[in-house]
Design a protein around this ligand. Structure first.
Ligand SMILES: [Zn+2]
Length: 236
């Protein structure tokens, strides 16, 4: 192993580093959250990163989607993969340059140990949640809005749909650095899950308002008759 990881090995151990290098993580969405997740997971030496995004980089994305600098007009999964190749050649990248759907989710997700949700819509979050429950994979969720955000980890039950049964979309206004903070927390949760160090937010939601630093942790319960983790779990 090179000196690349010498500053983190005292914290996670050589065995922890080996675990990262042998792990496979799927990142759904290479936007504001995904920029931070992809950067820090690639830097930490995750062995295989799958990146799913069907969008093309636009001028208005660069306020927060920092890994796409100079890439206007390129597909975001492809642009993110180029960023990773420049940062760390230990990481193999699988590029999925299209949206995650009910039809392709299981085929893509089954190749990974941890699923990281970085979409900007509820529909994709519910698809990731369904496939995570079905395949028994940890789902590291985050969502941001304005100056605030939330992050949580779901392992089978309670699932994301136990937490929010039916989401309602709100506006897309966001301070770029807020997405960065929550994407970094997602990357940390993945590192904790893979190395077994620290205490990931399993079955919990951490909310933080970065304007005031008001924050709290919700302890989730299984929802009775949850259609995903308690029912027939059709991926939709
Ligand atoms: Zn559930």
């Amino acid at each position: 192993m090179t000196s690349r990881y010498e500053r983190q090995i005292p914290l996670i151990g050589k065995d922890g580093q080996e675990k990262l290098l042998n792990s496979r993580v799927l990142v759904v969405g290479a936007g504001g959250l995904g920029s931070a997740v992809v950067s820090y997971l690639a830097a930490a030496g995750i062995g295989r990163l799958g990146i799913v995004d069907g969008d093309v980089v636009e001028d208005s994305n660069l306020q927060r989607q920092t890994i796409h600098a100079g890439k206007i007009g390129e597909n975001k999964a492809e642009s993110a993969a180029e960023f990773v190749e420049n940062l760390n050649t230990d990481v193999v990248v699988d590029i999925y340059p299209y949206d995650l759907t009910e039809k392709n989710a299981e085929r893509i997700a089954k190749n990974y140990d941890v699923l990281v949700g970085c979409p900007d819509n509820f529909e994709t979050r519910y698809i990731i949640n369904s496939v995570a429950v079905k395949l028994g994979k940890p789902f590291v969720h985050a969502a941001v809005h304005g100056w605030e955000g939330e992050v949580g980890v779901f392992v089978k039950k309670p699932c994301y749909r136990c937490y929010i049964a039916k989401g309602v979309e709100i506006g897309g206004e966001i301070i770029g650095a807020v997405a960065g903070v929550f994407g970094c927390i997602q990357a940390l949760e993945v590192i904790k899950i893979i190395t077994g160090k620290g205490e990931p937010l399993i079955g919990k939601i951490f909310r933080l308002d970065l304007k005031t630093f008001e924050n709290f942790i919700l302890e989730l319960k299984e929802r009775e008759n949850c259609e995903t983790c308690g029912g027939k779990n059709e991926i939709r």
